[in-house]
Design a binder for this molecule. Structure first.
Ligand code: ARG
Length: 282
């Protein structure tokens, strides 16, 4: 009896010590893990080893999700090549298109590559890289539709668009238009294929690619490149990464890497690009 009492007192004395030892060991291990995850890089000085880059990946051939879930496309290859040239790796995250600018403003991502047109309106809230692709809007209609031929002929018509896009802005400016917004361009095109709207206004290369590669052969494009638009990489205002992303982009534009990626996705030589977006001049 006495013996047992003695032993339990001994245990009681030892337990606090053992517990605090275990706590110290666990804390040290956690600390190590955290340092490994951060890779010793600071994300504030424009020298981060990893950049968080957002994209809305239902916009082939620029950004798409392969069947195994991995991201692929012109923008994805280009962003990785820019990182290689400028000394960072890219960690992609998927966001709704209309959530990208708020995420940049809130600082939850460092940049985005999502076929985003450089517009004066957007340039008030984010900084853009130099232009990396020349595109423009197109109208898609049912292949047997002969009365839609131009933006003017869309007056009073039902138009499907992706929310937050330049296509949506253009559709909203057409007098009497009934604009239906969708989370992605493929959903807008499907609505047209189903006969629920008269037209889709969307980026020409994406609509053409969808008609060619998908099961949308009941559709055709009427007004190709209604507008001239240049894609840029948006970043938070005054981002420390603007300069090195532009440098990386200029490097891949001159060393042949850009042309290689362009040919992989579009099958032709790339056209010349202006150094600044015409929309931001004057
Ligand atoms: N270029 C158009 C815009 O900037 C559409 C971009 C949509 N991009 C996407 N990944 N869904 O508004």
């Amino acid at each position: 009896m006495l013996n047992l009492l003695k032993r339990s007192t001994l245990l009681r004395r030892l337990i606090p010590g053992l517990l605090s030892f275990a706590l110290v060991v666990t804390m040290a291990a956690c600390n190590n893990n955290q340092e490994a995850a951060e890779g010793g890089a600071s994300s504030s000085g424009g020298d981060a080893a990893v950049l968080k880059v957002a994209t809305e990946p239902a916009f082939a051939p620029f950004e798409a999700q392969a069947s195994d879930g991995t991201l692929e496309g012109f923008d994805i290859d280009l962003m990785r090549a820019i990182g290689e040239a400028a000394g960072f790796t890219v960690e992609f995250s998927s966001l709704p298109f209309d959530g990208i600018i708020p995420a940049l403003q809130g600082g939850t991502v460092d940049a985005a590559i999502s076929s985003m047109t450089i517009t004066p309106e957007r340039a008030k809230t984010v900084d853009f890289s130099r232009p990396y692709f020349k595109a423009g809007l197109a109208i898609a209609v049912q292949a047997n539709n002969n009365d839609v031929t131009s933006l003017e002929s869309l007056e009073g018509k039902r138009i499907a668009v992706q929310i937050g896009t330049t296509g949506a802005n253009t559709a909203n400016q057409i007098p009497g238009s009934q604009v239906r917004t969708f989370d992605s361009a493929p959903l807008a095109l499907q609505e047209l294929a189903n006969g629920n709207v008269d037209a889709v206004i969307n980026d020409a290369p994406v609509t053409l690619y969808a008609i060619k590669s998908g099961n949308l052969n009941s559709l055709k494009v009427v007004g190709q490149l209604l507008t001239e638009e240049y894609y840029g990489i948006p970043m938070p205002k005054n981002s420390p990464n603007l300069e090195r992303i532009n440098q990386g982009l200029n490097t891949v534009l001159t060393n042949g890497k850009y042309a290689e990626i362009y040919k992989k996705w579009f099958g032709t030589e790339p056209p010349e690009l202006p150094e600044t977006a015409p929309a931001l001049q004057g």
